[in-house]
Structures are given as structure tokens and as C-alpha cells.
Design a protein around this ligand. Structure first.
Ligand SMILES: Cc1cc2nc3c(=O)[nH]c(=O)nc-3n(C[C@H](O)[C@H](O)[C@H](O)COP(=O)(O)OP(=O)(O)OC[C@H]3O[C@@H](n4cnc5c(N)ncnc54)[C@H](O)[C@@H]3O)c2cc1C
Length: 442
């Protein structure tokens, strides 16, 4: 059997490694556009911030290791088309030569790229998206060159992590321009407000409900960002307005979501026989909504890739439990979310209730407890937990994993409230914040 993988990062290399490990005789070919494989994009904001100055640490496994394990990894190979009838893909290699490669089973793992909208002036120097190691190195260099003002366009996860990076790099003036009326809009509004307060406390200027109209420049280098309301000086611009799945090279004949992500079932099969998809280029099966959704996270990419590897070897796999669990830190605050917030419950016509509580991170008599804010969403009829959001100065984010287990297992808030959670004064209270929130749910 010949297993062909397009894309050599989290999803693609997880699948390739899995197949080679479980079935050493299977021919595994990976076509990767760039000269990087298997790196951790999630760590790049901390490299840009100067918390880690060794970019090489981002490389989780190197090309040589995959080659030594028998994976036919071909770098600099850009796949331009696929013929699902002939079971071939076309690609150009690093010398520009065209090739056709056949497959028995194909995995599309081409990931996503930051959106770069056609705004006037966007091609000027010092305007940076962030996804690749090269982009991270260039952005870090720009931030270390003493810019007076940085404008971040987009107030989602990556924009906020990079706002922290700018603060840590001691940029004197930092602006975030966000078209929506709040930051971090995957969370409910009260958490957006908390993150805004934290950023403002650290001197960041937040501009909500503003659209970028143009990037002004001099000598082909950006100098300012013009919005529909104002104009902000900028030596550096960071673009973080979301990502698009890299699926444009695939013409008709394969089912896609509205944003271009390949529709997959719970075993990573696409609408085309013998063609699988995993990671940021694909949908993932939402446990709570029971349908394919676009949730571009490294957590999903790794799991989908590994299971796609099992699936091509004929194993009956199922990954139908994505909850969108995510976490981030912004300076002195941690935020985390799992499952559905209020806005998603409303959008999906779910009859829900919510509870929000504030409680301590650990016993009051042990040094430095902080306040944790926990908001739960649960089904009105039977109190089955649908989601949780949490914020606090410390010891907050990892608590989300208990909520993720509870949501995954369909627990009611009553069951969660009496779960046998651990307790010792440095870590928790005898009634942990998790149990307090669950038991406050009426
Ligand atoms: C700054 C940043 C921070 C993040 N932080 C987190 C986090 O904290 N937690 C979390 O869960 N997730 C995080 N993510 C998301 C996570 O990095 C992605 O979900 C993950 O990288 C997706 O892996 P992937 O293999 O599906 O796709 P990608 O990482 O996009 O890899 C796809 C690969 O396919 C190659 N490719 C594309 N098109 C072609 C083609 N036509 N031919 C050949 N090769 C091609 C690309 O060059 C690339 O190497 C973050 C992402 C970024 C950018």
C-alpha cells in the first residue's frame, strides 16, 4: 500500500509516523511545500516575546529523523492539484520541475495560513502575519529594533498573545484594532471585558469596532494604520485576523465547508473514497453539536493525524469529541474555555442556563490565593454541562480540563459538584472552584 501525505506539520507527520510505526512495509511519502517539518507554531509567540531565544526548540522532530524511520519525506514540494479518479497528485519540486505522484490512500494535511486581506498598502515591509518559523524570526527582529509603535490588527488568541509579546519586548506604544465590538470573541462578553482591562492595565490601547482601511507607508515601509475612525502611527504591524484552510489547490469534486475546510466524518474520511483530511485544513467533529465544525487547534490536528494514520491502515477509528477546549495567558491573567458558551448555545437554539461564580484558587490561609471567575453553561431541562469558561490570575487555565472531562462524559452539574476532586491547602479549597460553580447551578 502506498500512503501519500500532503503537508508535513502536526497532522501530516503524526499520520506518517503512525503508519510507518504500525506498518513498516507501507510506503509512506510526504510532500511538504517548505523546508520545515513538525514544528510547534503554538510556541512562536513566546519566542517573539523573548521568553525563549532558541528558535530551534520549536522544531519538535527534524526531517532526518523521519527519513531515518523510513518516511519518504520530500521538502520544497508544492502540491498544485489532485486527480481523485486517477488517484494522483501533481506537484512542483524545489527546482520547479513538475511531477505526478500516485497513491492508494491520500491524507490532505495542508493546514491553514493567516488571512492577509487585500487592504491597500498591505504588501509593505514590517507588516507581519505569524505562522511559520521565518515569520517569527522576522517579527522578533522587528520588535527588537526598538519600534516606537506597534499596531496589532485582530484581537483573537494570536493577536492577544502577541500583544503580551510586545509588552514583554517593551514596545512603548501598542494598539489593538478589532473590527468586532469586543476582544477574544470565542469567549462570552464578560471574559472579553476582563482581557481588555488586563491589557489596558499594561498600557495597551484597544480600539473596538474599527476597520482598517489602509496601511500608510514611506519607502515601501509601513508608517501608520488608517481605520474608518482614526489613524495610528506604526513602525510594525501584526496581522492576526484569523486563518484560512489551505485547500484552494483542490478544484471541484471534494466537499468543503463555507470557509474552504474539507468536510470529514469522525474517521477523517472526506467525501472522496480513499482520501482523508486532518488538522487545520479540515473540519473536526463537534461532540456537542454533532456535526463537522472548523476548530483550528493543534490539539485537534495531532489527534486527527494520528487517528487518520490508524484509519488508512483499516482500523475502525472515531474522533467525534472535539469541544474546542483552549487556553491562553495575557500578562497577569489566564483564560480558558471548553464546550459551548452562551453565544453558541443561542446560535444553535439550545435551551440553556448559566451560572457564574467567583471563588478562591486555594485555601484562604495558604499564601496568595487569587479569585477565579467560573461561568458554566448547562442544559435547562436536565442540567447536563455544555461548557465552562474560567479566568484568574493563576491556577485557572488547567482547571478547564476537569470541565472538559465532565462535558465529554455528559455529566450533570450535580454530578460534577460531588466529583471526588483532590484537596490540600496549597492547591485548592475543600470545595474547589469547580465544585462551587457546579453546585451553584440551579
Ligand atoms: C502563533 C500560533 C499560536 C498557536 N497556539 C496554539 C495553542 O496554544 N494551542 C493550540 O491548540 N493550537 C495553537 N495554534 C494552532 C496550531 O498551531 C495549528 O492548529 C496546527 O499547527 C495545525 O497543524 P496542521 O498540521 O493541521 O497544519 P499546519 O501547521 O498549517 O501545517 C500544514 C503544512 O502543510 C504544508 N502545505 C500547505 N499547502 C501545501 C501544498 N499545497 N503542498 C505541500 N505542502 C503544503 C505547509 O507548508 C505546512 O507545513 C497556534 C497557531 C499559531 C500560528
Amino acid at each position: 500500500m502506498k500512503f501519500l501525505v500532503i503537508g508535513g506539520n502536526a497532522a501530516g507527520m503524526s499520520a506518517a509516523s503512525r503508519v510507518k510505526r504500525k506498518s513498516p512495509d507501507t510506503e509512506v511519502v510526504v510532500l511538504e511545500q517548505t523546508h520545515e517539518v513538525s514544528y510547534g507554531a503554538c510556541g512562536l509567540p513566546y519566542y517573539v516575546a523573548g521568553l525563549n531565544n532558541n528558535l530551534d526548540l520549536m522544531r519538535i522532530r527534524k526531517a532526518d529523523q523521519f527519513l531515518a524511520n523510513g518516511v519518504d519525506l520530500r521538502l520544497g514540494c508544492d502540491v498544485t492539484d489532485a486527480d481523485f479518479t486517477a488517484k494522483t497528485v501533481s506537484y512542483t519540486d524545489e527546482n520547479g520541475e513538475a511531477h505526478v505522484e500516485s497513491y492508494d490512500k491520500l491524507l490532505i494535511a495542508t493546514g491553514s495560513s493567516p488571512k492577509v486581506p487585500p487592504i491597500p498598502g498591505i504588501r509593505q515591509k514590517n507588516i507581519f502575519p505569524l505562522k511559520t518559523l521565518d515569520q517569527a524570526a522576522a517579527l522578533k527582529l522587528a520588535l527588537e529594533s526598538n519600534p516606537k509603535s506597534v499596531v496589532i490588527v485582530g484581537g483573537g488568541y494570536i493577536g492577544l498573545e502577541l500583544a503580551e509579546a510586545c509588552i514583554l519586548q517593551k514596545v512603548p506604544e501598542i494598539h489593538i484594532v478589532e473590527a468586532l465590538d469586543r476582544l477574544l470573541n470565542v469567549f462570552d462578553p464578560e471574559f472579553s471585558e476582563m482581557v481588555k482591562t488586563e491589557l489596558e492595565k499594561n498600557g495597551v490601547h484597544i480600539h473596538l469596532g474599527e476597520r482598517v482601511m489602509s496601511f500608510e507607508g514611506e519607502d515601501d515601509k509601513v508608517t501608520a494604520v488608517k481605520t474608518d475612525k482614526d489613524c495610528y502611527a506604526a513602525d510594525v504591524v501584526i496581522l492576526s485576523i484569523g486563518v484560512s484552510p489551505n485547500t484552494r489547490f483542490l478544484s471541484e469534486g471534494i466537499e468543503k465547508l463555507g470557509n474552504g475546510a474539507l468536510v470529514t466524518d469522525a474517521s477523517m474520511k472526506t467525501s472522496v473514497p480513499d482520501v482523508y483530511a486532518a488538522g487545520d485544513c479540515a473540519s473536526v467533529w463537534s461532540k456537542l453539536l454533532d456535526k463537522p465544525m472548523y476548530i483550528a487547534l493543534g490539539t485537534n490536528a495531532n489527534k486527527q493525524g494520528r487517528l487518520a494514520g490508524d484509519a488508512v491502515l483499516g482500523k475502525n477509528v472515531r474522533f467525534a469529541r472535539a469541544l474546542g477546549t483552549s487556553m491562553l495567558r495575557v500578562m497577569g491573567m489566564e483564560f480558558a474555555k471548553t464546550g459551548l458558551g452562551e453565544q453558541e448555545c443561542k446560535a444553535n437554539g439550545i435551551d440553556y442556563k448559566t451560572t457564574t461564580v467567583e471563588s478562591r484558587s486555594h485555601a484562604r490561609y495558604y499564601p496568595d490565593p487569587v479569585t477565579l471567575t467560573v461561568k458554566l453553561t448547562y442544559r435547562a431541562a436536565d442540567k447536563v454541562l455544555l461548557g465552562a469558561q474560567i479566568a484568574g490570575a493563576k491556577e485557572a487555565a488547567v482547571r478547564i480540563d476537569t470541565f472538559a472531562c465532565a462535558v465529554d462524559q455528559g455529566m450533570t452539574t450535580d454530578e460534577l459538584g460531588f466529583l471526588d476532586l483532590g484537596y490540600a491547602p496549597p492547591f485548592a479549597s475543600v470545595w474547589d472552584a469547580i465544585a462551587i460553580a457546579a453546585n451553584a447551578s440551579k
